[in-house]
Design a protein around this ligand. Sequence first.
Ligand code: CO
Length: 134
Amino acid sequence: MIGRLNHVAIAVKDIAAAAAVYRDTLGGDVTDAVAQPDHGVTTVFINLPNTKIELLEPLGEGSPIAKFLEKNADGGIHHLCYEVDDIIKARDKLVADGARVLGDGEPKTGAHGKPVLFLHPKDFCGTLLELEEA
Ligand code: CO
């Protein structure tokens, strides 16, 4: 079911500083920051030949990454995003197998304008997973 690794997401307190590290120190192909108010984050992507890195900074009150950054003051890996061909089919199979989908269980439009879902880390080896329709 799962296909390409779409991105690895890293939560940070200061996205401008993190983007500078990826651009200037690591020499990455870094995009501009984009506010994603529906998701409570600001995002920057680093385009790599085989996948992407997504930097996340909290946006607004009650950001879903605020708690994570309280526990990980220096930032850290927040989730992995796998591509699937059909997100509804994938969700229905996972729910039938007992996996928990976060939120109301319906796909939202993600940072790439495609439907995404998040899956509970306790069901997936302690790692928050995002599924994105390819
Ligand atoms: Co993501």
